[in-house]
Design a binder for this molecule. Structure first.
Ligand SMILES: C[S@@+](CC[C@H](N)C(=O)[O-])C[C@H]1O[C@@H](n2cnc3c(N)ncnc32)[C@H](O)[C@@H]1O
Length: 297
């Protein structure tokens, strides 16, 4: 039916093995790339001379991944900008950037507003880290900074509707057991919970994203996919400092990995799951298209 959004579906092109290696701690590839496969070559097309901004570029993995989708003769002509507020990522980001990339050290909202006349703006697996007001501001700024017909491509694995019914127990118990593990590692759970509350990290549903995109003026294409997560891929998440920084903020990095893993394994064993069990998780890719200017009369 026209206007009806597709419900979550199993992403057909990705094998469990591919997903596990993509999200393993060796590759350090964020899980958010997997469903992006769906929009390249369909909604997202590259042409010579385009200006592309990768927001919250991290250590350059997303930019590197995006460039694997661009034919080399086009890649050479692109004007690339990567913005990332955390300077500790810049050295690796600069090394990874295959050719001339302008790197901007700014928060998402400011960076998006500053980099004008873009054909494509990517915001991969990071928008959920912004507060409510900043999410809206980033979406509006993207609309203003795109040329007519330009695209704002956002993916997030951290959405409110990310947990299918049958996995609610797992995703409730994992944080619970992680907080319990804090005490075992000499941390003060009350203090960590206070910091979590202070961060006010609120996940939106895919519907909230769609609404905010539409209110900003975008035409919206939404992809929802169910990602089959292996234990190994979830262990990979426990190794991300950004993940631990938000789930158990203020805990020293190496100890935070151990605590997250302890919480995960306690949950896994407590639920009597064997090591081959697959956890399903819904993920979102949203493509906002700024309308073309109406043809002159
Ligand atoms: C999970 S990483 C994703 C990095 C990259 N896009 C990728 O897919 O590999 C999230 C990134 O968001 C950045 N970040 C956190 N808060 C941000 C903010 N307010 N504005 C812009 N970036 C932010 C972090 O520094 C981190 O590099």
């Amino acid at each position: 039916m026209a206007g009806e959004r597709p419900g979550p579906e199993v992403f057909p092109k990705v094998s469990y093995e591919w997903f596990a290696s993509a999200a393993s701690r060796d590759s350090q590839v964020p899980v958010g790339f997997v469903p992006l496969e769906r929009v390249f070559g369909t909604s997202v097309r590259f042409s010579p001379g385009q200006k592309i901004h990768d927001v919250a570029a991290g250590t350059g993995r997303s930019l590197q991944y995006i460039l694997t989708k661009v034919p080399p003769e086009i890649a050479r002509t692109l004007k690339l900008v990567a913005s990332e507020p955390s300077t500790e990522n810049h050295e690796v980001l600069r090394r990874r950037a295959a050719f001339n990339v302008e790197i901007i050290e700014k928060d998402a909202v400011e960076a998006i507003a500053e980099v004008k006349n873009c054909d494509l703006i990517f915001f991969i697996n990071a928008i959920h880290l912004l507060g409510d007001g900043d999410k809206v501001a980033a979406i509006r700024a993207a609309y203003d900074s795109l040329v007519p017909g330009g695209l704002f491509v956002v993916s997030s694995t951290f959405i409110k509707d990310g947990v299918p019914e049958e996995e609610k127990e797992f995703f409730d118990k994992w944080p619970f057991n992680t907080f319990k593990a804090l005490g075992e590692f000499g941390e003060n759970p009350r203090e960590v919970i206070r910091r979590v509350r202070e961060n006010k990290l609120i996940f939106w549903s895919s519907e909230q994203y769609q609404q905010a995109f539409e209110e900003a003026g975008f035409g919206v294409e939404m992809e929802m996919a169910t990602m089959p997560c292996t234990l190994e891929s979830i262990e990979g998440i426990c190794h991300y400092s950004v993940w631990n920084g938000h789930t158990i903020p203020g805990v020293e990095a190496e100890r935070a990995v151990d605590i997250s893993l302890r919480g995960l394994h306690t949950t896994w064993e407590g639920m009597k799951r064997d090591k081959d069990y697959i956890v399903n998780r819904n993920t979102m890719v949203i493509v906002g298209r700024k309308p073309q200017l109406p043809a002159a009369a």
